[in-house]
Design a protein around this ligand. Structure first.
Ligand code: API
Length: 316
């Protein structure tokens, strides 16, 4: 079995380079992150640094890493700034394996909670702030129980195939006897949503291995396995249960963009029997997903849920 850790030489080199680094640990419904404040944009974090910091046995531990940086200090392309001209802060999200992902819904809530708790933005309940991400600007509103994010529009990754076959991929994961139809949906990052028949199938899945998606979206994909509730909709609110194998991470307790994609897929499969409001149950808790008309005329997805900061620390 390949080690999940860096080889000892790279591990110790990265650890020395990280000496003295201050960090905060946070999570949103159990999707956990190492946050690094870098107001001046002068902390360079390589994939090895991210792997060392997020390693659950040799490091702090986390599904991903979030660098908190002022947009104007971004060393990356100007296009990221043009996409979010009103955003003072930029969420630089990395997956635990060091790869970069376009978007992270739970991460946005934890990122904004960090800004509010540290006084870097003034955000009273009901107030809103716009932040920058690699998928563009996101507006986040503080609610009584956490944060609600306008995640922008959802879209089929392969619309033609999806509409033609109501499923554009076939997915096989350990524990399933045969491939299942699935829909691949973009939330700025790629997701493939697989409908299962019952809870027993969901609980019986072995998500230690990357599920086999055919055809696989070009840059890989996060894979959500869902069981729609029975009845699907109660008092106007749809409900589903999900587990997720995240691209660049593995199984996580929750995935915000994945919950949005899962609700979009189950709503598409349900047709008129669906709803615009959903509760998505994940191993780490539950998030709300709502489909609303966006200011740009497209249908937007609003993700709502809690955010916690757990502890602060410093690398030796
Ligand atoms: N956990 C994140 C998604 C991370 C997605 C990342 N694994 C990717 O490669 O797209 C969320 O709450 O939306």
């Amino acid at each position: 079995m390949t080690s999940p850790h860096l080889d000892p030489e790279r591990q110790s080199a990265a650890q020395q380079q990280l000496s003295g680094l201050r960090f905060t640990k946070g999570h949103g419904t159990g999707n956990d992150f190492v946050l690094v404040e870098d107001q001046r944009g002068d902390i360079e974090l390589t994939p090895d640094h991210v792997r060392v910091l997020t390693d659950r046995h040799l490091g702090i531990g986390g599904d991903g890493l979030i660098r908190v940086v002022r947009s104007q200090e971004l060393l990356e392309g100007r296009d990221l700034l043009e996409a979010a001209p009103d955003a003072e802060w930029f969420m630089d999200y990395r997956n635990g394996d060091g790869s970069i992902a376009e978007m992270c819904g739970n991460g946005v809530r934890v990122f904004v909670h960090y800004l509010a708790q540290r006084g870097l933005v003034q955000l009273a309940e009901g107030g809103a702030v716009t932040i920058g991400t690699r998928a563009g600007a996101r507006t986040v509103r503080r609610t009584a129980h956490g944060y609600a994010i306008d995640m922008g529009p959802w879209s089929y990754i392969d619309e033609e195939l999806a509409l033609e076959r109501a499923a554009d991929s076939l997915v096989l994961a350990a524990g399933l006897q045969d491939p299942r139809p699935a829909l691949s949906i973009s939330m700025g990052n790629p997701h493939t949503v697989v409908a299962l028949a019952e809870d027993m199938e969901l609980d019986g899945l072995d998500l230690h291995q990357v599920p086999n998606v055919d055809p696989a979206p070009p840059h890989g994909t996060n894979v959500e396995f869902v069981v729609p509730a029975e009845p699907l909709v109660q008092e106007g609110v749809g409900r589903l249960r999900m587990r997720v194998h995240e691209r660049g991470v593995g199984e996580t307790q929750s995935c915000g963009t994945g919950a949005c994609a899962a609700a979009a897929a189950v709503r598409a499969w349900a047709g008129d029997a669906g709803s615009d409001q959903w509760i998505v149950d994940v191993p780490g808790g539950a998030v709300g997903v709502e489909f609303v008309p966006g200011p740009d005329g497209a249908e937007h997805v609003v993700l709502s849920g809690p955010a916690e900061l757990v502890f602060d620390g410093q690398m030796p």
